[in-house]
Design a protein around this ligand. Structure first.
Ligand code: UGA
Length: 435
């Protein structure tokens, strides 16, 4: 079995490395020569725990290679995975499929034997059929099937998620293609991972429906948190109290500053667009998008209020910049809404993130980036927690208090214990917990 993985972004690189760990020969292809050169030199362009070792081990075993040669890789592959980016299109919010279709054309030209072309990228309903049409048009002689095989891994837990998924979704009506997919996923089949075989269109929709449902769940608990603050209830008890009902489930009920990342914001927008185009708008999703965007904007105001109504001339310490822990990804991170608003309001900002500072510096100018969390607290008028890195949970509140100019903490991830913080004399604000 031989796989060509087109695109060495998050999904492509992790999936490629994990498939090679299954014992399959995998060649990862990218147009970006520099990126391939770095990968060949053993450098991993993204921060993902465990990925460096996985890549190194499988390269050493000769099962994982990197190249810019798409045609050569496709010619000998049993399956070609398309894992290129599908960013939000400017203007209308739909997914930009130009990279997917360009890859499909190149793959078509290179086909030499029966090949399964697998869409791994998150692509709107209808994309798989269009990929099939493009390939058929360019190569009427070629033997191929198109499959949709969406990926559900989370950044920061990508390898574990890939190796032990809740399910695998495979969309195709071709039995021959299903056989190839079964062979690829054999190790997961053996650990009894459920496989949902369905049509192309349904598989494509499952991916969006899943992410949109999770974004809705988070937005729901965020609104419950706001309500808790008004009525003196505790959102964590609400989350546990409802989450223990198996029909609801306990996961993704942690309140915060609003969801971010490379997937939920993009996929909710794309699904809303697809639904409007299809004449069947998903109004609940439209609401989620709006509520989440407004929430992120409102968070800066919370900091201003905690600082007595103005941050002008004050120093704000910020812990965490990435959209969540264990990643250096800044895409749609709450920090990108909150920090510029505080700067505009006249604050000075000093910040630390264990992995995302380089990435943050590209987007956020005028920030004083510090080497550690205690330096962030030093002489600050307020400390804001934006990302719940484990290291931050382990900080010593007494030491923080000594370092801060004013003992004000706005904890937008609820990592500290309110009673302990107030007992130590902090003005402590968190999300959805009684004062
Ligand atoms: C998400 C999905 O969880 C994956 O299943 C999916 O494969 C991926 O998108 C994708 O489509 O590629 P990811 O964006 O890596 O994964 O991150 P999540 O852990 O889902 O977090 C997304 C955002 O929701 C973060 O900003 C996080 O802080 C927030 N969140 C998550 C909450 O505010 N509360 C929660 O309870 C959970």
């Amino acid at each position: 079995m031989r796989i060509a993985m087109i695109g060495t972004g998050y999904v492509g690189l992790v999936s490629g490395a994990c498939f090679s760990q299954f014992g399959i020969d995998v060649v990862c292809v990218d147009k970006d020569k520099q990126k391939i050169a770095r990968l060949e030199a053993g450098e991993i362009p993204i921060y993902e725990p465990g990925l460096d070792k996985l890549v190194a081990d499988n390269r050493a075993a000769g099962r994982l290679t990197f190249t810019t040669d798409l045609a050569g890789s496709v010619a000998t592959a049993d399956a070609v995975f398309i894992a290129v980016g599908t960013p939000t299109r400017r203007g209308d919010g739909h997914a930009d499929l130009s990279y997917v279709y360009a890859a499909a054309s190149e793959v078509a030209d290179a086909l030499r034997q029966y090949t399964v072309i697998v869409n791994k990228s998150t692509v709107p309903v209808g994309t798989g059929r269009e990929v099939g049409r493009i390939v058929r048009e360019r190569r009427p002689d070629a033997e191929f099937d198109v499959v949709s095989n969406p990926e559900f891994l989370r950044e920061g837990a990508a390898i574990e998620d890939f190796m032990k998924p809740d399910r695998i979704v495979i969309g195709t009506q071709s039995e021959r293609a299903r056989e190839v997919m079964r062979a690829i996923y054999r190790p997961l089949y053996l650990i009894e991972t459920p496989i949902v075989f369905t049509t192309l269109e349904t598989a494509e929709l499952i991916k969006y429906a899943g992410n949109t449902f999770l974004a809705t769940k988070i937005t729901f608990i965020n609104e419950m948190a706001d309500l808790c603050e008004k009525v003196g209830a505790d959102v964590h008890d609400v989350a546990r109290g409802i989450g223990l009902d198996g029909r609801i489930g306990r996961k993704f009920l942690h309140p915060g500053p609003g969801y971010g990342g490379s997937c939920f914001p993009k996929d909710t927008l794309a699904l809303a667009y697809t639904a409007r185009e299809a004449g069947s708008p998903v109004t609940i999703v439209e609401q989620v998008i709006q509520v989440n965007a407004e929430r992120k904007k409102r968070m800066a105001q919370r900091v201003v209020e905690a600082c007595g109504g103005s941050v002008a001339g004050k120093t704000i310490g910020v812990l965490g910049l990435a959209f969540k822990p264990n990643t250096d990804d800044m895409r749609d991170a709450a920090a990108l809404d909150i920090l510029p608003a505080l700067l505009t309001a006249g604050a000075r900002i000093q910040a630390h993130d264990p992995a995302a500072m380089e990435e943050a510096a590209r987007h956020l100018k005028g920030i004083d980036y510090k080497d550690n969390a205690y330096d962030v607290a030093k002489d600050a008028d307020c400390l804001v927690v934006l990302t719940e890195w484990t290291q931050f949970r382990a900080l010593d509140p007494k030491r923080l208090k000594e370092l801060l100019r004013r003992p004000v903490v706005v904890d937008l991830r609820n990592i500290f214990n309110p009673a302990e913080m107030r007992g130590l004399g902090f003005v402590y604000e968190s999300i959805g917990r009684p004062q």
